[in-house]
Design a protein around this ligand. Structure first.
Ligand code: ADP
Ligand code: MG
Length: 203
């Protein structure tokens, strides 16, 4: 990956069908705008289930990591996980995710700015809404849990997908957007966020 200026870091965000249905598109966009990030790409679409599967399996470790995270989530609450095999757990999650993500329109976005990946994950909150921090989007706007979703054999509804690392962001952006669908432009507020000398304010 070619290293560009840190203020040009990009991340991929998707408002899932429940976010659109809950009327939260504006609220979610506002959270990322408020922090100073710049929207450089956005579109609404109904994703194909195969496109969703490809999205989640772009990272070869995703199956293992997500299964392990689920097992840990159960254990931390003193509950028994549905299986001890992370891959068995993720196989089910993936099937359910395909159904969830393709059930209606989603809003796909690319956000740019310093530490875009980490800042967006921080504002978005942890995967399981029950334990997402208060003040995060998932913590403030939704109430699902593995305990609710797993017996019903469905994906946990948490409003948003956001890239987990810079590497993940790069491949996810390429999976959802062509270069011509993103726009390079300057915003006036970038002066106050990134300018070194701040010598253009006083008259
Ligand atoms: P994140 O979206 O926080 O990066 P993951 O990449 O681990 O989380 O998982 C992708 C998505 O799969 C989650 O956002 C959630 O919708 C769903 N999911 C993850 N783990 C579970 C689970 N144990 N049960 C149901 N759905 C899950
Ligand atoms: Mg993830």
């Amino acid at each position: 990956m070619t290293k560009t200026h840190p203020s040009k870091e990009r991340t991929f965000v998707l408002i899932k069908p429940d976010g659109v249905q809950r009327g939260l598109i504006g609220e979610i966009i506002k959270r990322y705008e408020n922090v100073g990030l710049k929207l450089v790409g956005m579109k609404m679409l109904v994703p194909d289930p195969d496109h969703v599967e490809a999205h989640y399996t772009l990272d070869p470790n995703w199956r293992r990591v997500t299964g392990e995270k689920t097992i840990k989530g159960y254990r931390e609450k003193g509950l028994t996980p549905p299986s001890e095999d992370p891959l068995e757990i993720t196989a089910k999650i993936l099937e359910n995710l395909k159904k969830y993500m393709s059930c209606g329109p989603v809003v796909a976005m690319v956000w740019q700015g310093a530490h875009a990946v980490k800042i967006v994950r921080k504002l978005t909150g942890g995967t399981e809404p029950l334990t997402s921090d208060v003040g995060t989007i998932r913590g403030d706007y939704v109430l699902d849990s593995y305990q609710m979703s797993d017996p019903d054999n469905r994906a946990v509804r948490n409003l948003i997908h956001a890239s987990g690392s810079e590497e993940e962001a790069e491949i996810e952006i390429a999976h959802w957007f062509s270069d011509s669908e993103m726009t390079n432009y300057r915003m006036v507020h970038e002066e106050i966020l990134y300018d070194v000398n701040l010598d253009g304010i006083l008259e």
